[in-house]
Write a new protein. Structure first.
Length: 341
């Protein structure tokens, strides 16, 4: 967050004689050392003399409760003062406040207005937000071509979410002629920055041979990176690769490990395959209770194959085992309902 103001600070320092420049610099130095009470006082003095940067930092400090009690209304108030002076990062944060309804009435059109002002100054995250507004039709007319233009402006600055969205649009042919090679180009840029969705998209491209030569080993490489970040679909794809020996040595136990990681996140196909693994004893000790539990959970999401296999497993179970499996499934569903999404 601090880096967002560096260019702004540099520009200020070129303007000698500004009454608040010293206080702002001193406030930045204190903030960087986490001396929040000192930073707060320095920023207040600079803000009173018109420093948009100090006003922005006061918003940050009130939002995070640094040196002062957390106060969302004060946070938004300081952002507004800085935004009205034209500070792009403050305009973006004010847009976020209107988008989420934080300390102001939710107003997506007003959010887009502030995003647009920041985007026109070249603020990459705001350009991405404007693109999202045009693609969704929330706060702006739905217009895929306009969304594509804003995503591109953001993407060429290296903003990974915009690069991913460009990759997706080119891959699906939405708002632009379908071009798998161009899709791979943008996925790769985002994937190299660690974006898990782009890593998944790049893995899919290598698996299907879309925009690149098919290469199961490369597909697995990118799936693994996304899976290790917790992306359930990538974890499932890793499990399938390990189960079949596609791009990696066949390893049923490793397949079960990945199925389990995706299953606990609610991935239905992973739950089905994990249940079948417990039923067959493939890669894990045979366990009818856990087989039934996972098949039941997959069936509850509408998977007909899981429902058929759940019935097959039930025929081999005692009433006590069925009761145990149903209790495990019920407990899992209760925990999932309570967990934050």
């Amino acid at each position: 967050m601090r880096s967002l103001l560096r260019a702004f600070v540099a520009a200020l320092m070129l303007s000698t004689g500004l009454a608040w420049a010293g206080d702002f610099e001193d406030g930045l130095a204190a903030y960087g050392k986490q001396k929040f009470p000192v930073a707060l006082q320095k920023f207040k003095r600079a803000a009173a003399k018109g420093s948009a940067g100090a006003q922005f930092y006061l918003g940050v400090m009130h939002g995070l409760g640094e040196g002062v009690a957390a106060d969302p209304a004060a946070e938004v108030g300081w952002y507004r003062l800085a935004a009205e002076q034209g500070l792009a990062v403050a305009q973006f944060n004010l847009g976020n406040a209107y988008s989420s309804g934080q300390a102001v009435a939710q107003d997506v059109a007003e959010a887009v207005r502030w995003y647009q002002r920041a985007a026109e100054q070249g603020f990459a995250a705001a350009q991405f937000a404007v693109g999202n507004a045009y693609i969704s039709g929330r706060g702006a007319p739905q217009d895929l071509a306009e969304a594509l233009a804003w995503y591109r402006m953001s993407a060429v600055q290296g903003y990974a979410p915009a690069q991913f969205n460009l990759g997706y649009l080119y891959g699906s042919g939405q708002g632009v002629a379908q071009d798998h090679a161009e899709s791979v180009h943008w996925y790769r840029l985002a994937a190299q920055q660690g974006d898990p969705d782009a890593q998944l998209g790049l893995g899919n491209a290598y698996r299907k041979g879309q925009g690149v030569e098919p290469d199961d080993a490369q597909a697995v490489r990118w799936y693994a990176l996304a899976a290790e970040q917790g992306l359930a679909v990538a974890q499932f794809n890793m499990a399938i690769a390990c189960a079949r020996g596609q791009g990696v040595a066949q390893d049923p136990a490793e397949a079960v490990r990945w199925f389990k990681m995706a299953a606990v996140q609610g991935h239905g196909s992973a739950q089905l395959n994990l249940g079948l693994s417990y039923f067959s004893g493939q890669g894990v000790a045979r366990d009818l209770v856990r087989a039934h539990m996972w098949l039941h959970l997959a069936a509850a999401s509408g998977d007909k194959e899981a429902a058929r296999n759940e019935a097959l497993v039930a025929r081999e179970m005692t009433p006590a085992q069925l009761e145990a499996a149903q209790r495990l499934a019920s407990d899992w569903q209760a925990r999932r309902a309570r967990s934050p999404r």
